[in-house]
Design a protein around this ligand. Structure first.
Ligand SMILES: NC(=O)C1=CN([C@@H]2O[C@H](COP(=O)(O)OP(=O)(O)OC[C@H]3O[C@@H](n4cnc5c(N)ncnc54)[C@H](O)[C@@H]3O)[C@@H](O)[C@H]2O)C=CC1
Ligand SMILES: CC(=O)C(C)=O
Length: 261
């Protein structure tokens, strides 16, 4: 039977590369994003290429919105096997500029969105029949190299990504008995709209041009180059496949050698 995956923030950047890769792997995919127009475009490109895909509007801050997106996916695609909690935002936050509004927004999206995604996915997974020790659902969360080591200028962002690694470990322990694995992926510096925006902001604070910001981040990459979104998607493909059935609670770093643990 065709497996079904939902990817939040699937309309652009890393999320888009993930839906494209999972569709190529044979999944029917739900492209769930705040930006419905972009999500439709991504899904359209996949269906035109003969893949099974739908577009859904979701705001991951909103528990009901995430639950509804998962339920719509089940109705439209006939099952539910994998959720990739990928949506996130990455504003630079010099310490003295942080406001309560900014704090709420980034924690609600980057942490809250993952919690609601886990919750909604588990409710579906638990409806499935299961043989002893069978893996019936996979939860895959986006953290970051900035969730492995604190990154300058990113106090709120970095700390949300540490939280995602923590909650991935807790959920992995809580859900193992139900045949659900929970893992995370930690990209490095990936060529996406988010990363170009961060590089722009960091460069602006330093009074330099945008290229300076990107090169500053790139300095610590052992493999000596920035990452393509498809390279992150390849790691997520593994975490979504049965090849990773004996892995849970793990953060897979896909950063060209920025961090070694
Ligand atoms: N680009 C990079 O270098 C890195 C990115 N990451 C993480 O990977 C994930 C994807 O990042 P990128 O593709 O770079 O970001 P991006 O900004 O290019 O794309 C993010 C997508 O999430 C969607 N989104 C934002 N808020 C949302 C909400 N409330 N509800 C639903 N969708 C929402 C946006 O509309 C967009 O389509 C994020 O969690 C990010 O923190 C981690 C490490 C490095
Ligand atoms: C955006 C991000 O996750 C970085 C810089 O690691």
């Amino acid at each position: 039977m065709t497996k079904v995956a939902l990817v939040t923030g699937g309309a652009q950047g890393i999320g888009q590369a993930i839906v494209q890769r999972l569709a190529t792997d044979g999944f029917a995919v739900a492209v769930a994003d705040l930006n419905l127009e972009l999500a439709k475009q991504t899904a359209f490109e996949l269906t035109t290429a003969g893949k099974q895909a739908i577009a859904l509007k979701v705001d991951v801050r909103d528990q009901n919105s995430v639950t509804a997106a998962v339920q719509k996916t089940v109705s439209a695609l006939g099952g539910f096997d994998v959720i990739v909690n990928n949506a996130g935002i990455g504003p630079t936050t010099p310490i003295q500029t942080i406001t309560p509004e900014q704090f709420d927004q980034i924690y609600q999206i980057n942490v809250g969105g993952v919690v609601w995604g886990i919750q909604a996915a588990v409710a579906q997974f638990k409806k499935k029949p299961r043989r002893e020790h069978e893996i019936i659902g996979k939860i895959i969360n986006a953290t970051s190299q900035a969730g492995v080591v604190g990154n300058p200028n990113l106090l709120l962002y970095s700390s949300t990504k540490f939280a995602v690694r923590g909650l991935t470990q807790v959920a992995a322990r809580d859900l193992a008995k139900d045949g659900i694995t929970v893992n995370a992926f930690a990209p490095g510096i990936v060529k996406t709209p988010m990363m170009y925006d961060i590089a722009h902001q960091v460069s602006r604070h330093a009074g330099k041009d945008d290229n300076w910001g990107m090169q500053t981040f790139a300095k610590n990459i052992a493999l000596g180059r920035l990452s393509e979104p498809a390279e992150v998607a390849a790691a997520v493909s593994f975490l979504a496949s049965s090849d990773s059935d004996y892995i849970t609670g793990h953060t897979l770093e896909v950063d060209g050698g920025m961090q070694f643990n």
